[in-house]
Write a new protein. Structure first.
Lengths: 109, 117
């Protein structure tokens, strides 16, 4: 499987701060880049996704920035809240998705 | 969003027995469903792509005779772990795409935790 590299592995952010998670992919044929949020014991839930024809997409406090030439995309969580504490996975693909290794986010009160 | 339901949500079985996990798309039709396996604190690894009415496509390293997949209808795919062993203990998650949408969005089930004693 083509790799999707995600960093950091874990992240601690103070309440109200900005959480930033980065991903890089290899396959230039990928055309769908979603971010998933997963709580312990639950399946992943789609947060936000982007296609390569735009460089940024914002939904509420969540923003994806996409750099096609660098083959990188990132998730920004503005005004991070304790309830955002979860594991976040980036993914990339077309017919199937390849997932990054995940980032455990802890938002301290 | 669309709902994908998995059953059972958790199961404990003895080594050597077989376990069936169901994945249903509740309010949409899915010609393709995907089965993932997730070990603790690790990422989701695609096991196989389940195709309605035809054979599943397995990822490299996944034993198709051990992980039997059946996609008998547009709303149901099943994963059977045959002759389960403790190393098969994992979190199994299915996902599906709405055949009527062109967004590419994958909807995930809540997962099924298998513990093999």
């Amino acid at each position: 499987q083509q790799q999707v590299k995600q960093s950091p592995q874990s992240l601690i952010v103070q309440k109200g701060g900005i959480s930033i998670i980065n991903c890089a992919y290899e396959n230039t044929a990928f055309d769908y880049f979603p971010w998933y949020q997963q709580f312990p014991g639950k399946g992943p839930a789609l947060l936000i996704a982007i296609r390569p024809d735009v460089s940024e997409k914002k939904e509420g406090r969540f923003t994806i920035s996409f750099n096609k030439s660098a083959k990188q995309f990132s998730l920004h969580i503005m005004d991070s809240q304790p309830g955002d504490s979860a594991t976040y996975f980036c993914a990339a693909g077309y017919s199937t998705l390849t997932f990054g290794k995940g980032t455990m986010l802890l938002v301290s009160p | 969003g669309a709902v994908v339901s998995q059953h059972p949500s958790w199961v404990i079985c003895k080594s050597g027995t077989s376990v069936k996990i169901e994945c249903r798309s509740l309010d949409f039709q899915a010609t393709t469903m995907f089965w993932y396996r997730q070990f603790p604190k690790q990422s989701l690894m695609l096991m196989a792509t389940s195709n309605e009415g035809s054979k599943a496509t397995y990822e490299q390293g996944v034993e198709k005779d051990k992980f039997l997949i059946n996609h008998a209808s547009l709303t149901l795919s099943t994963l059977t772990v045959t002759s389960a062993h403790p190393e098969d203990s994992s979190f199994y998650i299915c996902s599906a795409r709405d055949a009527g949408l062109n967004t590419g969005e994958l909807f995930f089930g809540e997962g099924s935790r298998l513990t093999v004693l």
